[in-house]
Design a protein around this ligand. Structure first.
Ligand code: 2P0
Length: 325
């Protein structure tokens, strides 16, 4: 147990094979696996300060007070593991738009868990950190690791094998990522609510879930073999399939805007010209273009000229969550 404040940093991640749906709500167990890349340019930094005077955890997000209920639940689990511990003030800052489909909950919970483990004196292996991060947000389990990451859906009822694991380090295949921001405002329906609606009402949900394991395996082979074309094929397919099940919910959820669709066409047109790039899109209107090394500048210039694109971010692959002070 250390009294000194702890600061941790974690990168957002982008799923190439998507997570959408849960098999257990209480433990937050995903219905299927997923595959992601952790980013180095879109990061959360979280500073945890133990404060014996508090009677509950407090959160500030980008300098403003925020609801601490979800982080409090994860910190409760960690205090229990540590045999007790103080309530904390959590100061969390993102260097990218929050709540707009850029996986801010992933980097936030990964940074939180790594910082809290240090603060509470818990010496936990990465898979246990991943399990704890998952309790906060399913995608956060993946941001514990850097580079290419697989999330295992697991078999155990307690979720102990429902954790992420690294596939390939960032520098072993340094893909580049261009994010086209088409609307930086917060989305209207968050991922968790969107998933629950899809699970409850989409006639395509079951076939979506049943198709994921095959995509996870194909993406794993493509990554192991640095086969960009194969990775492009399976990743675009996974994103579009996920959105197909989301669109078919009642009422249907349309996370895209017109510019999102234009960006998808732009990326497809570039690929037809022989440029190594594919798109993916999450529970928000931003398009993520994954590029073979050396292609980001060209892809970014094209996306910047798409009407409705507000801004373009450039990033590469980064390391996993870590304590920085
Ligand atoms: C993903 N997304 O695999 C998918 C694709 C968004 C679209 O993981 O309910 O915020 O907290 O476990 O992690 C976003 O879902 O959901 C997400 P919860 P989370 O990246």
């Amino acid at each position: 147990m250390t009294a000194a404040p702890v600061t941790a940093r974690a990168g957002a991640n982008i799923a190439l094979v998507k997570y959408w749906g849960k098999r257990d709500l209480a433990l937050n167990l995903p219905a299927a696996g997923s595959v992601s890349i952790t980013l180095d340019g879109l990061e959360t930094e979280s500073r945890l300060v133990a404060d014996a005077a508090l009677n509950q955890d407090e959160l500030s997000l980008n300098g403003r007070p925020a609801d601490a209920e979800r982080i409090g639940r994860v910190l409760d689990l960690m205090r229990e593991l540590a045999g007790g511990g103080p309530f904390c003030r959590v100061e969390s800052r993102n260097n990218f738009p929050t709540g707009a489909g850029l996986a801010s909950s992933a980097s936030a919970f990964a940074a939180l868990v790594v910082a809290a483990a240090r603060l509470f004196g818990l010496d936990l292996p990465h898979d246990r950190l991943s399990e704890l991060a998952r309790r906060g947000s399913g995608s956060a389990a993946r941001s514990i690791f850097g580079g290419f990451v697989e999330m295992h859906s697991g078999m155990q009822a307690d979720g102990s094998d429902c954790v992420a694991a690294p596939l390939l380090a960032a520098d072993e295949w340094p893909l580049e990522v261009v994010v086209a921001i088409t609307d930086s405002g917060a989305k209207k329906v968050g991922s968790t609510d969107g998933m629950l609606r899809t699970m409850d009402t989409s006639p395509y949900y079951r076939s979506w879930v049943d198709s994921v394991a095959e995509d996870v395996a194909a993406a794993g082979r493509a990554i192991a073999g640095r086969d960009f074309e194969q990775l492009a094929e399976v990743s675009e397919s996974s994103a579009l399939k996920m959105h197909a099940s989301v669109l078919a919910a009642r009422p249907g959820l349309i996370y895209w805007n017109g510019a999102s669709v234009s960006c998808m066409h732009c990326v497809r047109a570039l690929r037809e010209q022989g440029i190594g790039v594919f798109f993916t899109i999450d529970a928000g209107p931003q398009i993520k273009a994954i590029c073979e090394p050396g292609n980001a500048a060209r892809v970014g210039a094209e996306l910047e000229s798409v009407p409705g694109v507000e801004n373009v971010l450039y990033t590469g692959l980064g390391e996993g969550a870590r304590v920085i002070s």
